[in-house]
Design a protein around this ligand. Structure first.
Ligand code: SAJ
Length: 395
């Protein structure tokens, strides 16, 4: 398993728990050391116990470099760089590091979210250096589609699309995933599987963009967007998602750009959805600023603003690409008096956090950015100004 992050480590542990010997490879020595002690470096329910067990049973071992294996899985990050261009350097370097260890009959599976055509590029890279393996190597793309916080369950139970560079590769990969997946394994080709992954997240981004646009329209029309959506969703064929502070995380806010960068002329809607969701975050900031200015002119002093939630979605501690964090930091940088609240982060983390109950007592303006469970039914002074961007007051 190349890469021991949010996807690689749970997958490696799950495979090992089925009795297969797994070498987990990561370029970070600290990660390798932690795992070999039977411990973990990420937050994910039930993962610690599973890793502890498979390491103790000598089924999972972590290492800095790969060894010769029957099956290779690549689950390394594919961020974007500069002008939303996909950065394939981690995938390329993982492939390069396995090339010298490959033997005839090996199966290589790419799981990292990747632009269409990446599996073919990987094939080219391998055969340039090891031409004798042509016809004797199986290659496939198989994206993960798990939700952080529920990874171990979803890894096992979700259906998967599996696309080889040829039919034999597809079948070999399906036979491999049967060891640990009970969901249906759907055969396809590599290109289609690559596109499926990107489209899943672009589709969700597009649907959230629609909800976010509705929230801005309803704000102007003085209609409660949450009530309106709940009623619209009573229609049997309508299912509108939730508006929010914007779209965060390392998947939905990133993957649609992989389509746009490769097919710029054909993807105006996908691009527009990304822009609409980014715009929603800026709109939230403007709303808070206007509220603060009104407070100042009424009370002749600056307001204290409680920013409720920093994570990229409810009930997690993950701050990656978080719109709530962006809103809070933007206000701080503009010298507003801000109390940052994130009940999922400990005090020891190097951030100046305020307890959520203390924050709502002290603040003049309470801004709900993330619908964490702690904020539902939280008692607040009805005379205070409350801005709810995530619908927590409706929950
Ligand atoms: N969000 C809204 N409104 C909604 C739903 C979500 O504003 O109605 C926001 C969230 O607050 C968050 C962002 O969207 O900021 C993304 O959250 P999410 O829960 O929709 O998804 P992720 O990023 O945690 O995981 C997604 C999942 N993809 C889909 O649901 C299509 C997951 O299954 C993928 O495996 C993951 O991306 C990935 O790794 O690609």
């Amino acid at each position: 398993m190349m890469g021991l992050g949010y996807i690689g480590l749970p997958t490696a542990a799950l495979i090992a728990s089925r009795g297969l010997k797994v070498t987990g490879v990561d370029i970070r020595q600290s990660v390798v050391d932690t795992i070999n002690k039977g411990e973990i470096h990420i937050v994910e329910p039930d993962l610690d116990g599973l890793v502890h067990k498979v390491v103790k049973d000598e089924l999972l071992q972590a290492a800095i470099k790969p060894n010769s294996s029957d099956v290779y899985l690549i689950a390394v990050p594919t961020p974007f760089k500069g002008d939303y261009e996909p950065d394939l350097s981690y995938v390329t370097s993982a492939v390069k590091s396995i090339i010298p260890t490959l033997k005839k009959g090996a199966l290589v599976i790419l799981e990292s979210t990747s632009p269409v055509g990446t599996t073919r590029k990987m094939e080219k890279l391998i055969f340039e250096q090891r031409p004798e393996l042509k016809g004797n190597l199986y290659l496939a793309y198989c994206p993960e589609r798990v939700l952080p916080g529920n990874i171990l369950h979803e890894l096992k139970h979700n259906d998967r699309a599996i696309g080889g560079i040829d039919d034999e590769s597809t079948q070999k990969a399906i036979d491999f995933y049967k060891h640990f997946v009970v969901g249906t394994l759907h055969p396809t080709n590599a290109k289609t599987a690559e596109m499926v992954k990107l489209v899943e997240n672009a589709s969700r981004d597009n649907q959230i963009a629609f909800a976010n646009e509705l929230s801005i329209i309803c704000d102007k029309a003085n209609i409660n967007v949450w009530d309106m959506i709940a009623l619209a969703n009573k229609h049997p064929r309508v299912n509108i998602l939730n508006p929010g502070t914007g779209v965060g995380g390392h998947c939905i806010a990133v993957d649609p750009w992989f389509i746009v960068s490769e097919f710029p002329d054909e993807s105006p809607l996908i691009k527009k959805s990304r822009e609409a969701n980014n715009y929603k975050t800026e709109w939230v900031i403007e709303k808070i600023k206007n509220n603060a200015l009104t407070f100042k002119s009424d009370h002749k002093r600056d307001p204290i603003i409680a920013c409720m939630g920093l994570a990229f979605k409810p009930n997690i501690d993950d701050l990656r690409e978080s719109p709530a964090l962006y809103v809070t930091e933007t206000l701080e940088n503009k010298n507003f008096t801000v109390l940052a609240v994130e009940p999922n982060l400990k005090d020891s983390d190097d951030r100046n956090l305020t307890d959520y109950k203390e924050a709502v007592n002290k603040a003049d303006i309470i801004v709900y950015l993330v619908a964490h469970k702690e904020f539902i039914n939280l008692k607040t002074n009805p005379n205070k100004s409350i801005l709810d961007f995530c619908g927590v007051l409706k929950k």
